[in-house]
Design a binder for this molecule. Structure first.
Ligand SMILES: *Cc1c(COP(=O)(O)O)cnc(C)c1O
Length: 251
């Protein structure tokens, strides 16, 4: 049984606005510290577990893309928010049998991690007559439970993906190890950047690096993130524990 997205009785707009301003400030500061242009680093607000009223309030603050890690939640929220012009970004593990919903509803998928899923998406996208921006999710930590393609399989996988003209491969995505040691976390982000640079050198036009979350985005920006996925720091603590939403995959 899936818990329904939660809607507080009253959306705290002032709090949301303050959190959003603070996240933008911290991202800009991390960019300056890394001698990077803040325009190079996008923020993807992650709205999983929050309901349409919260997301509508966020859209009113200027947020337009929202990350969700369950396609069921995109399905539940897309209709009531149809007037907001939102781009839904799927960032969670996607079962092959849910490819159709992504092909219909998502602007982008950041968790492409296997050929079987690419084939299913390609079939559905052809039926819809559209293309989809995708990032390949790479497993950069040794934790047994994280989803993602093993790094050594990336070159061959990218070569295969080049054969799907419905899938526009824009970059790579990862979740860092859940650890206290900043050096271990940074090593995950650095590995993703090196894999991206190798892919570029092999002629793949993919530039984006989606890495870093509320707890570690400064490290990700220092290692070259072009996009950080921020949930808690914008929307507050989630109403259900993450393992409800994020089985086997992380902090
Ligand atoms: C939930 C989630 C995030 C955001 O996590 P926070 O720690 O709340 O910022 C980022 N990426 C993925 C894949 C997620 O599922």
């Amino acid at each position: 049984m899936e818990p329904a997205p939660v809607e507080p009785a009253d959306v705290d707009r002032a709090r949301l606005a303050a959190n959003w301003a603070e996240v933008q400030r911290r991202v800009a500061q991390a960019c300056r510290a890394a001698a990077r242009d803040p325009a190079e680093v996008a923020i993807l607000p992650v709205s999983k577990t929050f309901g349409p009223d919260v997301i509508r309030a966020a859209a009113a603050l200027g947020m337009r893309r929202f990350g969700e890690n369950k396609v069921q939640e995109i399905r539940a929220k897309a209709a009531p928010l149809a007037d907001c012009g939102i781009d839904w970004v799927m960032i969670g593990h996607l079962q092959t049998n849910k490819a159709r919903d992504v092909a219909r509803l998502a602007a982008e998928l950041q968790s492409l991690d296997r050929l079987e899923l690419a084939q299913a998406l390609d079939r559905r996208l052809r039926l819809e007559g559209r293309t989809l921006d995708v990032l390949v999710q790479v497993k950069t930590s040794t934790e047994p439970s994280k989803y993602g393609l093993p790094p050594e399989q990336l070159p061959a996988f990218l070569d295969r993906l080049a054969g799907f003209d419905t899938l526009r491969v824009r970059g790579l995505m990862t979740l860092a190890i859940h650890a206290r040691d900043a050096a271990q976390i940074r090593a995950c982000f650095r590995l993703l950047r090196e894999l991206r640079d190798d892919a570029l050198a092999r002629g793949h036009e993919l530039r984006r690096l989606s890495m870093g979350m509320s707890g570690d985005f400064e490290l990700a920006i220092a290692e070259g993130a072009t996009e950080v996925r921020i949930g808690t720091a914008i929307f507050g603590a989630r109403p259900y524990p993450d393992d409800y939403y994020w089985p086997e995959s992380g902090p």
